[in-house]
Design a protein around this ligand. Structure first.
Ligand code: GDP
Ligand code: MG
Length: 225
């Protein structure tokens, strides 16, 4: 799955990607500021998660558009200690919700180690334009809640696709024709979905035998709800 890590300048996006991907990252900087991108690979429920960081500065708008293409989820990082970043957060949110409409999003309210950090309730109030988006308080400095972010993200993304993923049934392998029947779509449409899910490692497909099953991590997530 591809997850976009976005949010205002200096909110802690690059540091977060470094922590989540455990050093498995690339970062391009000029004078300490990310100009291009951060990229790191992490994992949750056995599902690989490719994290792409975006530059926060308004002038990197074109780059943000290119990097955000095809993202399955958005991790929106804000500096909980710095309300002056909220205007930039609003600007980026407007831009990103236009580029990636209806893509699941989580707000990471970062820098909770600082005394002046705002609570999740306060952040929800101050960023009220992000209606209904869950807020998770985190700190890169103390690692507070860092272990919760990716499981929450993986769950949101899998739930988004659960109407289709549930059509596989609980009994393991399903044939393409069975899926077509369950979903009331053509087999060629089933193949399109399967390619898409296979790329994201959400299902395992046997293209010779025309069968597929959902990956164990997805089964685990679906069983939780
Ligand atoms: N106190 C504190 N500082 C942080 C935290 N996360 C990042 N920082 C600092 O905030 C600054 C900006 O971080 P960076 O990851 O470069 O932000 P980016 O511009 O969003 O990529 C750096 O000085 C980081 O060391 C945190 O959880 N707590
Ligand atoms: Mg950065």
């Amino acid at each position: 799955m591809k997850v976009l890590v976005t949010g205002p300048h200096l909110s802690g996006k690059s540091t977060l990607i470094q922590h989540l991907a455990k050093g498995n990252v690339i970062n391009i900087q000029v004078n300490g500021t990310t100009v291009g991108l951060d990229h790191g690979v992490a994992e949750s429920f056995g599902i690989p998660i490719r994290l792409f960081g975006t530059p926060g500065l308004a002038r990197f708008k074109v780059l943000r558009r290119i990097i955000s293409e095809g993202a399955d989820g958005i991790l929106f990082v804000v500096d909980a200690s710095k309300p002056d970043g909220d205007a930039e957060a609003r600007y980026i949110w407007t831009e990103i919700s236009d580029l990636l409409p209806n893509v699941p999003c989580i707000v990471a309210a970062n820098k909770q180690d600082l005394r002046v950090a705002r609570t999740p309730e306060r952040i929800r109030h101050d960023l009220s334009f992000m209606v209904g988006v869950p807020v998770i308080p985190i700190s890169n400095t103390t690692d507070y809640n860092l272990d919760k972010l990716l499981p929450a993200m993986a769950m949101l993304i899998v739930y988004e696709w659960s109407p289709i993923l549930r059509a596989f049934g609980a009994s393991g392998k399903t044939s393409f024709s069975n899926l077509a029947k369950n979903l009331h779509i053509t087999e060629s449409k089933v193949r399109n979905y399967l390619r898409w899910f296979e790329l994201r490692k959400l299902v395992v497909v046997d293209w010779d035998k025309n069968t597929a099953y959902v990956s164990p991590g997805v089964t685990k997530i679906l069983a939780q709800r």
